[in-house]
Design a protein around this ligand. Structure first.
Ligand code: TA6
Length: 282
């Protein structure tokens, strides 16, 4: 038996449902090129998707939003750029005995050029087998002038209980605290990162895989190409200010994002860049 990819409608949006013979599944929305669900074989849902999420009306709260060509408010565009609110198209679907893979693409058009004057091709490839998910983002400069961008795979992990979670691997790396604007970079000195308050940290040049322990389950988080890691949880007060998240949902989610934030990535005409985030059930 082989994997399967179906074209479906998910909350009114066109989407792909990927499944593998071993029983893993994922849902990829063409709105935003956003992964909305990932259930590994014999496992539980690993992505947080808000029950109050809006679908097709602004950003979708949860899954893996693609932030491009701007991370957060690091520029003049709307926060996290426009890729997460555009319609993408499917360019490739493949399945094998133990995997399913789909690629979706976003290309510049008059609306994106009115916001950001650069021709580009953005491709997101989602590949999974029984217990592993790879998300690869490729950016191509298809124009005649150089451009530079920041961005991220803004992965919302679903956790059983945030206060029981431990994130390992960030020890010794420098970070900027986005909750303390203007502060100098600090160095993480804890063995593990624990969660007992709001957090919005931009770690730089993280060269090590991370491990998230969550109520007995362990998830490996690895990035290639993306130099930075953003860890975000709004905690109770921040949660209350987010109208598309149910109260106290902050305890069920943790964003661990593969990001390019502290240095813009520059591409000459014809050049491309790619970055990947891999999640592995351990
Ligand atoms: O990646 C962390 C962050 O930039 C936070 O500062 C935060 O507010 C968040 O992303 C969510 O942004 P959004 O525009 O989706 O509400």
């Amino acid at each position: 038996m082989s994997g399967d990819i179906q074209t479906i409608e998910y909350q009114g949006l066109p989407a792909l449902r990927l499944s593998t013979a071993a029983g893993a599944s994922a849902v990829l929305s063409l709105y935003g090129g956003q992964l909305l669900s990932w259930v590994p074989a014999r496992g539980r849902e690993r992505l947080y998707l808000s029950e109050r999420a809006r679908f097709g009306d602004g950003p979708i709260r949860g899954g893996v939003p693609v932030c491009f060509p701007q991370f957060s408010t690091q520029g003049t565009l709307a926060r996290h750029g426009f890729a997460r609110t555009r319609m993408w198209t499917v360019t490739e679907q493949r399945t094998g005995d133990d995997f399913a893979l789909a690629t979706v693409r976003l290309v510049d058009d008059p609306q994106t050029r009115a916001l950001w004057p650069h021709p580009f091709i953005l491709e997101l490839t989602v590949a999974m087998d029984g217990g592993r998910l790879d998300l690869e983002l490729e950016v191509i400069n298809s124009g005649h002038a150089p451009f530079a961008f920041t961005g991220a795979l803004h992965t919302y992990l679903r956790v059983a209980e945030l206060e029981e979670c431990q994130l390992q691997g960030l020890h010794g790396f420098d970070y900027l605290d986005a909750l303390d604007a203007g502060a100098q970079a600090r160095r993480d000195s804890g063995d593990v990162l624990l969660f007992d308050g709001p957090l919005d940290r931009h770690y730089r040049d993280v060269e090590r895989p991370l491990l998230l322990r969550d109520n007995g389950a362990a998830l490996g988080i690895h990035a290639e190409g993306f130099p930075d890691v953003v860890v975000w949880n709004p905690w109770e007060d921040g949660n209350a200010r987010i109208d598309d998240m149910a109260p106290r949902d902050f305890r069920r989610m943790l964003c661990v994002e593969a990001a390019a934030t502290h240095r813009r990535i520059a591409l000459e005409p014809g050049e491309s860049w790619h970055g990947r985030q891999t999640l592995v059930c351990l």
